[in-house]
Design a protein around this ligand. Structure first.
Ligand code: HEM
Length: 324
């Protein structure tokens, strides 16, 4: 009996701790201290998008890569130093590049409300804005994250690679507290953007002992990708690749329609349609765009809650590239 009540107390305590952690973030967090934070960030993101269409996918991906490594603490923004190679110089982050947009927003925010808005919150708000400006859903971003002080390139190995199968993807997401639905839903971010040939070349060249190309791909589409990547000219050009979706600057459900048509670019994308645990979600989102939008907003809020720092464990950086 005594043992049971100890367990019960522990259980209640665990719930309280979890609730306190969730409460750290709040959609009104800057209401008194920086009331125009959202407008300032949206303006910067909007202008940057008008002059470079690669900005939205890069910022959306940046949010994912930030949150999956050490939590959403802007560790992805820290520059390498003489004695430390930072996350942004880890292989998966080489093509993120849009850091300057966050720097611009931060500079404006430091003028409007000095030392108030964290870099981690700027990424979270900017990620919502790029989705919404591209025609996708809007959601209230919870705020109040603090910036971390550590960033290590070797920890980017925590990110999924395009060779993962569905089981590996599900396991990795569940390690972060994200379910199968979050995996399929967040992968819908690939409705925006581009992939380099290096991320899918194993599907179109010497796939295995029996097939040169991945047999789960539509044959015409596989040939298109092959043409894009296999010619000598394109092989020598490291920037060659293909759009992840046929409407790659619009946030819509086309990505899922293409998976159903076996025209996914990355093996990890197509795996979501090929696996019985994820297939019905892909089919549902391909059919009902509104459902995808509602679930995407919910999963982005969950992603944004990963490993959030409070003021005991983090700071508000003055410049996003350096610790204070
Ligand atoms: C499920 C596991 C995932 C894997 C294995 C994966 C892998 C990749 C790879 C290999 C690329 C192409 C990179 C390149 O060749 O330059 C890419 C692009 C991209 N990823 Fe993911 N990704 C995953 C999930 C996500 C999530 C959850 C998000 C955001 C919520 C996301 C957002 C993006 C975006 C927007 C792009 C396009 C980037 C650009 O155009 O610059 N990805 N991803």
């Amino acid at each position: 009996m005594l043992r049971l009540s100890h367990e019960f107390i522990f259980f209640v305590f665990a719930i309280l701790v979890a609730q306190t952690k969730a409460k750290q973030l709040d959609s009104h967090y800057y209401e008194q201290t920086c009331p125009h934070v959202e407008r300032i960030i949206r303006d910067v993101v909007h202008k940057a998008t008008l002059s470079d269409t690669k900005v939205p996918p890069r910022i959306l991906r940046m949010f994912f890569h930030d949150c999956f490594v050490r939590g959403c603490d802007a560790s992805v923004l820290l520059d390498s130093t003489d004695d430390n190679l930072a996350e942004k110089d880890g292989p998966p982050n080489i093509s993120l590049r849009a850091y300057y947009v966050i720097d611009k927003a931060k500079a404006k925010l430091e003028k409007a409300c000095p030392q108030t808005v964290s870099c981690a919150d700027i990424i979270a708000i900017a990620a919502r804005d790029v989705v919404n400006l591209a025609g996708g859903p809007y959601w209230n971003v919870l705020k109040g994250r603090k910036d971390g002080k550590t960033s290590r390139a070797n920890e980017t190995l925590d990110l999924p690679t395009p060779s993962f199968n569905a089981t590996k993807l599900i396991k990795l997401f569940s390690k972060k507290g994200l379910g199968i639905k979050d995996l399929v839903t967040l992968s819908g971010a690939h409705t925006l953007g581009f992939s380099h040939c290096s991320s899918f070349k194993s599907r179109i060249h010497r796939f295995d002992d029996n097939f040169d190309m991945d047999p789960s791909m539509d044959i015409m589409f596989a040939n298109t990708l092959k043409q894009k990547c296999a010619s000598k000219h394109n092989r020598d050009n490291n920037n060659s690749g293909y759009y992840l979706d046929s409407t790659s600057s619009v946030f819509d459900n086309e990505y899922y329609k293409r998976l159903v048509a076996r025209k996914g670019v990355l093996a990890t994308d197509q795996a979501l349609y090929n696996d019985y645990r994820t297939k019905f979600l892909v089919e549902s989102y391909a059919r009902y765009e509104a459902l995808f939008f509602v679930e995407f907003a919910a999963s982005m809020v969950k992603l944004g809650n990963l490993g959030v720092n409070d003021h005991h464990h983090g700071e508000v950086r003055e410049k996003c590239r350096f610790v204070n």
